[in-house]
Ligand binder design. Sequence first.
Ligand SMILES: *Cc1c(COP(=O)(O)O)cnc(C)c1O
Length: 433
Amino acid sequence: MTNQHISNRDMNVLWHPCTQMKDHETFPIIPIAKGKGVYLEDFEGNYYIDGISSWWVNLFGHSNPYINNKVKEQLDTLEHVILAGFTHEGIVDLSERLVGLAPEGLTRCFYADNGSSAVEVALKMSYHAHRNQGKEKGLFVSLSNSYHGETLGALSVGDVALYKETYEPLLIRSVQTPCPIDQSIQAAQEAVSHFEKLLKEKSHEIAALIVEPLVQGAGGMVMYHPSYLTQAKRLCTEYGIHFIADEVMVGFGRTGTLFACEQADITPDFLVLSKGLTGGYLPLSVVMTTESIYGEFYCDYNPYRSFLHSHSYTGNALACAAANATLDLFEKDKVIEANHRLASAINDGLKRFVSRKEVKEIRQCGMIGVIELQGFDAAKRIGVQIHRHCLANGILIRPLGSVIYVMPPYIITVEELGCIFDAIESALNELTL
Ligand SMILES: *Cc1c(COP(=O)(O)O)cnc(C)c1O
């Protein structure tokens, strides 16, 4: 079996996500036969270090023996059960553990099966909670340049034109407030003033502010100071609007703490989690909220007050087993502490690029390292070229335009991190653009 054999069959029947399929006429898709740890292996024995955790989901490597066993055990016990009127032990364990780990006061877990759906849940719950209090608030606020997923509600609160613009006529109402322009306290302060001004004008219409805490992912790995979150949360409380923390990307240790909100010392009204939740094994997401929001829906039967939202695979038992195994690994291996060493290796790797003329900025937040380039013509697609160069050198990274980033699984070694930075360096040395 060769790569080409699989990729030819693929091209006849698949339509890949976030892809212009015609690109694959000149650059074949790569079929992966196996994954082990940070390595992906294709059908011809080539290895790739997974430098982006397979789209930010994989925390403890591919085919992790511990998670594998837990999922296998679950498979022989219960694969899935309807979560309306029924429950199972794995989801109760998981919910108790999440309540124990999340910022204090988040005591209720509502499940879905991907990040976008969980964002939809948070938006609907927020709107509906206000409505149950007799307030009609149909407007959401998000940060400029934010990303919250691809379904229509999630896309509405996002602000990346590339994904959003085409669908503008289909979207729900949202307004953007500026994201802090860098990681300084002053930038946070300025952005807070803008938000306050907006609240003074429009808070009566606004249901919630939704943010990606500390790092805006798909918008280009933009990073900002935690004081923005502390101040924005304070304003939300003052003006009677909800604070939705979309930690789909940053949750589960990415920023150096288990949850990014910890660094701002806040409890959001809604905490949205997905990607890392199952260690990158199975689709699962959760919206955690407070007893006070939960209370707005709790009453004698009344269909209009109840939250009648569901997904067929909500709370899937195999996914919960993977999530519980992932949390076991966080505890057993003291992962948050152990990641300090890897974060400092990422820092060392980034420093190599500081003084290059094509580098606009390097930045880092915990287990995310960024090299932002400047001076390239967009039509040359520098990110795509670096992606291809690195693949040829056994490294999977996937720049966002001119923003190169590494976001590795937590089981990567310092040496393997070195290989990723070597490949990026050789790409910058060798690509003539
Ligand atoms: C990936 C992502 C989402 C969407 O999650 P999907 O599982 O891809 O639908 C939402 N918010 C943030 C911050 C994300 O990074």
